[in-house]
Design a protein around this ligand. Structure first.
Ligand SMILES: Cc1ncc(C[n+]2csc(CCOP(=O)(O)OP(=O)(O)O)c2C)c(N)n1
Length: 250
């Protein structure tokens, strides 16, 4: 039996992401799950702006490119007019938690029936490593050269914790892509979110803790350890909300 095979949806081309960038892995996980669910011809990825958007080069599903931060607003229209399609947005933390904060909170609060996959690498990767809303306290970026100081830049936004407090969302979970266990759990979480969407359960949100070797100025291996000792201490992985868990108990 083959130990590894490329899912049909992934393009047969090398990834252009920086070496060690976990956007590559996230792209593979999402395309694997879509293929497994038989949704390859039915999926629609609403793409915003950032390195996250580059995944459109690597898979064969339909994509819709929209303005920075606006994916949840565009996905709302697409899903409402095409309710049978598997609609998801794949957004970075600058895109989702800064310029697009109003869109994500509003779509979640309305309980729109699509999925947002949130790649949290704690920086603006594409534009050269500026501070994002999720940059950790003390983390150095090109705009926090001495490390993020909450006195001037506030505290890192915990999106799962914020969104799971809203009454409408159906599934809210965070996974870390820095270990085989985390990758397996993330894959299962993405699958669960997509299955819930296909069952019409409402808004589903999957945060993936990722990295940025280039702008963190760490080797890919060292970013995985940094995530373990820093990122995951603040952004704690787990399932924050799951309405089907309550349904199963009832
Ligand atoms: C309206 C608008 N403002 C600013 C930019 C510049 N810009 C491009 S990507 C980006 C940040 C992306 O960061 P993030 O969402 O964290 O994604 P990453 O690149 O880290 O995956 C910014 C500010 C833009 N393209 N459009």
């Amino acid at each position: 039996m083959a130990e590894y095979h490329r899912s049909d949806m992934l393009a047969a081309s090398p990834s252009g992401y920086c070496p060690g960038c976990l956007h590559s892995l996230a792209t593979r996980l999402i395309s694997d799950v879509i293929t497994e669910l038989g949704q390859q011809d039915n999926s629609l990825n609403v793409i915003s702006v950032g390195c996250s958007a580059l995944n459109l080069l690597y898979w064969s599903g339909d994509n819709l490119s929209v303005a920075h931060g606006r994916a949840p607003a565009a996905a709302t229209g697409v899903k409402r007019t095409n309710p049978e399609r598997l609609v998801f947005a794949y957004q970075g933390d600058g895109d989702l938690a800064a310029i697009g904060l109003a869109e994500i909170m509003s779509a979640a609060n309305r309980g729109e029936n699509f999925t947002v996959i949130f790649a949290n690498n704690q920086t603006y990767g594409m534009t050269g490593g500026q501070m994002a809303p999720t940059t950790l306290i003390g983390q150095k970026t090109t705009t926090t050269v001495y490390g993020r100081d909450p006195a001037t830049t506030g505290y890192p936004l915990k999106m799962c914790e914020l969104i799971s407090q809203l009454p409408a969302p159906a599934y809210v979970a965070r996974f870390a892509l820095n270990s085989p266990k985390g990758v397996r759990e993330a894959r299962a979480g993405i699958k669960k979110a997509f299955e819930m969407q296909l069952a019409g359960k409402g808004f589903t949100f999957v945060e993936l803790l990722t990295n940025c070797p280039t702008n963190w100025h760490l080797s890919p291996i060292d970013t995985l350890e940094y995530m373990n000792t820093n990122t995951m201490q603040y952004f704690v992985p787990g399932v924050y909300k799951d309405i089907t868990a309550k349904e199963a108990q009832a």
